[in-house]
Design a binder for this molecule. Structure first.
Ligand code: F6P
Length: 328
């Protein structure tokens, strides 16, 4: 173990994700286990700039493993994108004699961590926390599994009312530029069609598919649309276009929005976050830095922060095929 690290700082940054608290707990408890101090930094990088910190101990993180959101609060901090902001952040680091930083967040947060590392030669490790699952170097990000379950639950409910009224529902899900949430929940909820940014399905194909469905006797249907879909129309415009071209469908739209980011983390996310938190602390203490902790094939792995940001996550083409076959 690297005895130079006596105090680790931890923060959550970017969009919150269920399971972030479990990761914070793991970082704090693992630090305590290895006799290293742990300082919580509030509101992401903003708290580092404004010196909003608190020394933690193993008991500070009691009863948070099951809680959604993040007890450390989160923010997308514009000031940290400037050299002046990062200099202020480094002053807080020095003031509190923090020797290394663990950043729980998404690609924007990792970009900040990487720049901070290069400017001040300061040890940083990233833990991927985002519902979007759009980070290279891990098959799962913390929060993705919980978000999938939240979306499935919501679509199941929408299906009940869709069936009762013989309606066609367009459900928009989150994911920014990535279609992982849409593709997985679309299959899991038995959607008729799934529109994702990675594959431009085209509106004509959508119309053809819905025509076929009607002909084969489907009276209600669900179409899942990723918010970043590239058809050039938003979910309301797509719904309007379909209603105009296929007037026998009664169409409704449901945008699930931020409810997808809340709620109790699933068991999968709690275990993932716990493993990642422990692995991040252990890696820092071994002298590893400027990497992100990930999971692949059930094993903890490390990826340079630079590749985690730049590498594109790939959509599983097999899932697209499965969805096409099952919407027959
Ligand atoms: O990255 C997580 C995410 O929830 C995306 O899916 C979504 O596009 C974005 O954050 C919304 O951001 P905000 O909460 O800042 O509106």
């Amino acid at each position: 173990m690297n005895t130079k690290i006596k105090r680790i700082g931890v923060l959550t940054s970017g969009g919150d994700a269920p399971g972030m608290n479990a990761a914070v707990r793991a970082v704090v408890r693992a630090s305590s286990y290895f006799s290293v101090e742990c300082v919580a930094i509030y509101k992401g990088y903003q708290g580092l700039i404004d010196d909003e910190t608190k020394l933690m101990n193993a008991r500070s993180v009691n009863n948070i493993i099951n809680k959604g959101g993040t007890i450390l609060k989160s923010a997308r901090c514009l000031e940290f994108r400037t050299p002046e902001g990062r200099k202020k952040a480094y002053e807080t680091i020095k003031k509190h004699t923090i020797d290394a930083l663990i950043v729980i967040g998404g690609d924007g947060s990792f970009t900040g961590a990487m720049i901070f590392h290069s400017e001040f030669n300061f040890p940083v490790i990233g833990i991927p926390g985002t519902i979007d699952n759009d980070i290279h170097g891990t098959t799962h990000t913390i929060g993705f599994d919980t978000a999938l379950n939240t979306v499935i639950d919501a679509i199941d409910k929408i299906r009940d009312t869709a069936i009762s009224h013989n309606r066609l529902f367009f459900v928009e899900v989150m994911g920014r530029d990535a279609g992982h949430i849409a593709l997985n929940t679309g299959i899991g909820a038995g959607a008729e069609e799934i529109l994702i940014p990675e594959e431009d399905m085209g509106l004509d194909r959508l119309l053809e598919s819905l025509k076929r469905s009607e002909k084969t006797g489907k009276s209600s249907s669900i179409v899942v649309i990723a918010e970043g879909d590239k058809t050039g129309k938003n979910v309301f415009e797509i719904a309007e276009y379909v209603e105009k071209n296929l007037p026998y469908y009664e169409v409704r739209v449901s945008v699930l929005g931020h409810m997808q980011r809340g709620g109790r983390p699933s068991c999968f996310d709690r275990v993932l976050a716990s493993r990642m938190g422990v692995h991040a602390v252990e890696s820092l203490l071994k002298g590893v830095s400027n990497v992100m902790v990930g999971i692949d094939n059930s094993q903890m792995i490390l990826t340079p922060l630079e590749s985690s940001i730049k590498g594109k996550t790939k959509i599983n083409k097999n899932l697209i095929r499965v969805s096409e076959i099952l919407s027959v």
